[in-house]
Every structure is written in C-alpha cells, then in structure tokens.
Design a protein. Structure first.
Length: 403
C-alpha cells in the first residue's frame, strides 16, 4: 500500500487508537490536539484508578450502550474487552479485575499507560502536534489555529475524534457541532450522562450530611433495580448507583417534568419483616430508637427519612416499613453537562456509513464520544472509544484502497 497523509483531529483515546492502527499500516499520520497535552480527560479518569474496561460476559457487555448497541457491535467485536487488556499489557500495563468486575491497571494510574502509548506512536512515525485547534473547513481542507499562524491542511483522509460535551475545560467543548451542521450534518443535542441530580435539601441536612455516603442501598428506575451506594452532595445526590440510573431519570425529567428515585434503605430485609420488627418497638420510644432497633437505620439513612418525610415519626409500622423499602428522592434536574462524567447525544449514526465515514463529507471519518451513544461507568466508555477509533481507522484504510 502506498503511504497516505492522514490527519487525526483530537488526541484522546479514540484518536490515538486510530493513529496507532494507521501508522502500523505504514501511513503518514499526524495527530492534531487543541490542548497543550494529549489525553487530558483520559488522565482525569485515571485519577480514580482508570476503569479501562469491564470483565463481564461479552454479550452483556455489548448490550450496555442503549440504542446504539447494535451499531457499535461490529467495532466491539473487533476490539473486545479482553483485547483491550492484552493491548494494555503490550504497553507494559498489567491489569486486574476488581470485585465489581471492573478492570484496572495494577498501578491504578493512567499516566504510565499514556506515556508508553505516546512513545509507541512516535516510534511508529506518528507526528504528534499540540496546540493545533481545528476551526473549520476552508478551501477544500481543514483549518487549524496554532500559536504561530492559521493553517489550511489537505490530507488524503481525516478523522474527527473531538469528544462530546462533558468536562469542556479538558478539551471536549463540542465546538465542532456548528461546523458539521453547516455542512448539513445532523447532530443530536448533547445531554448529561453518568450524572448526579439536584435535590432541594434543607440547609441543616445539607450542612450536616454533605459528602456522606449512603451505603448498601438499592434504587429502582426504568433501568431496573440495582444495589450500591450513593453520596449526598451539596446540590443533591451523586455516586455510582445514581449514575447507573442517570439516563432513565434524565429522560423522565425531560419528558414528564418530574422524577423520583425510590431507594430501598434496607435491601436485606423484606417488607413483612420490617413491619413486624417496627411494630414490636415501644410507641413511646424516640423515632431514632425505633428506626435503629426496628429497621437497623441510623445516621444519614435515618436522616433521609426525616428530611424527605417530615411526619414519618407519626407513620404506622406498615407505612414506615414501606418508606424504608421505597423512599422517594424527588429530583429537580441533572447536574450541568460541564461537570458530568460523560454526555449523551452527538453525531447522528445515520450520517455515517458502515466504515464511520461521514456521507456528506467523503474522506472524513468520526469516532469516540462525539458519536451519539452513551454507556454506564465501569470501563464501557473507554472500550467504546478504543473500538470506534480502531473501526474508523480500518474504514479509512478501506476507503483509501478504493480511491
């Protein structure tokens, strides 16, 4: 194959994976990143250990991407979670499976993996350029703003891997959206994903319990009933259990204007047992003692009942047991997209062919979080970015061969 000039616009996981695949095939690849360094959001994710992928059974894993699961499946089939682990090992990063099934680097950091990856890309001849911000189309090419000048480049193929709209200070600012829309390309509005929600806490509750974990609870929404923990925040609720329900809650708020998240404060006890245990308590005892002795609740769990149901101390044992098993937390709105883990929405799948090329702009491909898909936390997001980056690179190779 003859060497072709290929531009990768965006230096996150999807763009770097595409650069690796294309440079290994012998092409002249340049990665253009607007920020001063590569993989900034990747590094942020690594501060908490870096969920690089997930170990669950692959069929279940591949169905975690909602409406986009079928469209993503060929890319995931070609770069599975096990492939991601082997790829990381090839870069000197050994991984392990945590108790939740999530896969982490043994060193629990992203930076060693990213450094090794960038060294590999440079060894394969990839030209890595920072502070090169794509600002649009012009004169049959792509215009970039640099510290020195504005450049117009005309590569033989290009890939956009510019991310979604979450954490814009790290580079994913969705500035690309109007540029593609001007080309007649449909882009769905971005929405928060894997997000917390605002709750109208009273000042005393907020001041006392902000930052407190609510452990060993389950929550129910259209996403199902899941067990885990959440955290009381200044604004409302956060945490892995909330994120697992975020898409369902966000959509309900959008379509119905209101949503509650019912939580089971004692998932290990049946409703009938709770009712019996609460009925045995002395009616003259304090509400705190009745909750502690009859339901095993104290601290933030007991406070949640008082906060959300002010007259709960007057409830019958049956009514109180029902509250313990399904305490509704009324939600106001998702947290702002600028602070959430990931975003939903993006480039409409109908705008892409099977090889990730934009139908409206031949020779231009797209991958990663800028596409319209979302997934829960736990390694799904990164694996899909790696997989779509690889799939788009293979699409570029096929398109160049056919030219």
């Amino acid at each position: 194959m003859m060497t072709k000039q290929i531009a990768i616009i965006g230096g996150g996981p999807a763009g770097l994976m595409a650069a690796e695949v294309l440079s290994a095939a012998g092409h002249a690849v340049t990665v253009y990143e607007a920020m001063p360094t590569f993989g900034r959001k990747f590094l942020l994710a690594g501060k908490s250990g870096l969920n690089i992928t997930h170990s669950e059974e692959f069929q279940r894993f591949a169905g975690r991407f909602g409406a986009a699961s079928a469209r993503l499946r060929p890319a995931l089939d070609a770069l599975t979670p096990e492939d991601v682990r082997q790829w990381a090992e090839g870069l000197g990063t050994e991984t392990f499976v945590g108790t939740s099934g999530r896969v982490f680097p043994v060193v629990m950091k992203a930076s060693p993996l990213l450094r090794s990856w960038l060294r590999r890309l440079e060894a394969q001849g990839v030209n890595l350029r920072t502070r090169h911000r794509w600002i649009g189309f012009a004169d049959g090419g792509y215009r970039f703003e640099t510290p020195e000048d504005v450049l117009t480049l005309r590569p033989e193929a290009a890939l956009l891997a510019l991310g979604g709209a979450s954490w814009p200070r790290l580079g994913s600012d969705a500035a690309w959206v109007p540029r593609l829309r001007q080309m007649g390309v449909t882009v769905s509005e971005f929405q928060p994903a894997n997000c917390g929600f605002d709750v109208d806490w009273s000042d005393p509750f907020r001041q006392r319990f902000e930052g407190s974990p609510v452990k060993s609870v389950s929550a129910t929404s259209a996403a199902g009933t899941l067990q885990g923990e959440l955290v009381i925040s200044r604004h409302g609720i956060e945490g892995s259990l909330v994120y697992a329900h975020a898409a369902a809650l966000r959509d309900r708020l959008k379509h119905e204007g209101h949503a509650d998240l019912p939580i089971d404060l004692a998932p290990g006890r049946s409703l009938e047992r709770l009712e019996r245990d609460l009925a045995r308590q002395d009616a003259k005892a304090s509400f705190s003692n009745r909750l502690r002795k009859g339901a095993g609740l104290e601290g933030v769990k007991a406070a949640l009942i008082r906060e959300l149901v002010p007259h709960a101390n007057q409830a019958s044992p049956k009514e109180l047991a029902t509250l313990v098993k399904a305490l509704p937390i009324p939600l106001l709105r998702p947290r702002p997209i600028a602070e959430v883990i990931s975003s939903a929405g993006g480039l409409d799948w109908n705008e892409l062919d099977a090889n990730y090329m934009l139908k409206a702009v031949p020779g231009l491909f797209a991958a990663g979080e800028m596409l319209d898909w979302e997934a829960p936390t736990g390694g799904y997001l990164l694996t899909a970015c790696f997989s779509t980056g690889r799939a788009a690179a293979k699409g570029i190779e096929e398109w160049l061969r056919a030219k």
